[in-house]
Design a protein around this ligand. Structure first.
Ligand code: NAD
Length: 300
């Protein structure tokens, strides 16, 4: 049994990871400011600390005796990062530096850093990790800087780190009005209310959608693997799907609205590095994941 610390464990992905770690018999401490997460998402078997990762003096004692940190806390609101790059930088970059430095000072063995496909610009597909990051938003830049800190903390201090670059994560508990803007819960909510599905731009833009259960497994494999020197690894299904195709899978009337700034047009990951280094492969196909969500939303 290990002692695990999950930052952002009241959020969408962090709460699923907490559930799995507890199911595997580990002890879990969750840190979350509840900026975007929900107290009721935190498994009652976890020890919960309502706290801001920017508060280093509170962070450090919580890291004593911890074996691994899964660092998911962030302000993932990409549009907000364009409006207010400084506020989001403080959480996404200074907060990550605090987590890494607390881990170093407390002697934690390994930290799994949460990065994002937002580090990439418009690149030829499928995008692999050796492409030079060229973020199109402050949020993407924050995640790029987090990866650089993770690598540096390994090289300079010997802290074991891995950076997982998630593409678009979906699944239960992903809220329409939650942190990272995501078309699937927005469309599900609109469908449920009998409203038209609001497609941004022409709807031909694509994303690579990965189910939260596969992301949870990638985190656990990254912890248990020999990968330790800050390597960035894509976590995605390796398939691109357009917004129009998502709308068809969910069903309902469509309406077209203006596109968002700071986003790339097409996304599809090369996932061979995750297969090679972690032995990880996605297991949930998008059509099945959406069908399951429609059932929970009682949508025919
Ligand atoms: N959902 C996606 O598609 C996606 C894609 C790429 C990367 N990510 C990254 O995955 C991680 C988890 O994202 P999510 O989708 O679960 O989002 P989320 O908003 O549900 O979770 C983030 C959590 O961090 C907490 N938080 C925010 N600021 C904090 C602070 N200062 N101190 C402590 N806690 C704080 C929030 O309250 C929330 O519970 C984030 O790092 C995000 O950038 C998500």
């Amino acid at each position: 049994m290990a002692r695990c610390l999950v930052t952002g464990g009241a959020g969408f992905i962090g709460s699923h990871l907490t559930d799995q770690l507890l199911a595997d018999g580990h002890e879990v401490i969750v840190i979350d400011s509840l900026l975007l997460g929900k107290r009721e998402f935190v498994n009652e078997k976890a020890s919960f600390q309502e706290m801001d990762i920017r508060e280093f003096s509170k962070m450090l004692p919580l890291c004593n005796g911890i074996d691994v940190i899964f660092h998911l806390a962030a302000d993932p609101r990409l549009p907000l990062s364009i409006e207010d790059p400084q506020e989001t930088h403080a959480v996404n970059v200074t907060g990550t530096l605090n987590v890494l430095d607390a881990a170093r000072q407390a002697g934690v063995k390994k930290v799994i850093i949460t990065s994002s496909a937002a580090v990439y610009g418009d690149e030829p597909l499928p995008i692999s990790e050796d492409m030079v990051p060229r973020p199109k938003s402050p949020y993407g830049m924050h995640k790029h800087m987090d990866e650089q800190y993770a690598r540096l903390f390994h090289d300079l201090y010997g802290l074991e780190t891995v950076s997982l670059r998630y593409f678009n994560v979906y699944g239960p508990r992903k809220l329409a009005n939650g942190g990272y803007p995501m078309v699937i819960p927005v469309f599900l909510e609109q469908q449920k209310k009998g409203q038209p599905l609001t497609i941004t731009g022409d709807g031909n833009q694509t994303r690579d959608y990965v189910h939260v259960s596969d992301v949870v497994r990638a985190n656990i494999l990254a912890w248990q693997s020999d990968v330790h020197s800050g390597e960035p690894i894509n976590i995605a299904n390796g398939v691109q799907t357009s917004v129009n195709e998502i709308a068809t899978l969910i069903g309902g009337e469509k309406t077209y609205i203006s596109e968002r700034k700071g986003e790339v047009r097409f996304m599809q990951a090369n996932i061979s590095k995750a297969k090679e280094l972690l032995g990880w492969e996605p297991t949930v196909e998008l059509a099945d994941g959406i069908a399951e969500l429609k059932k929970t939303w009682n949508i025919a």
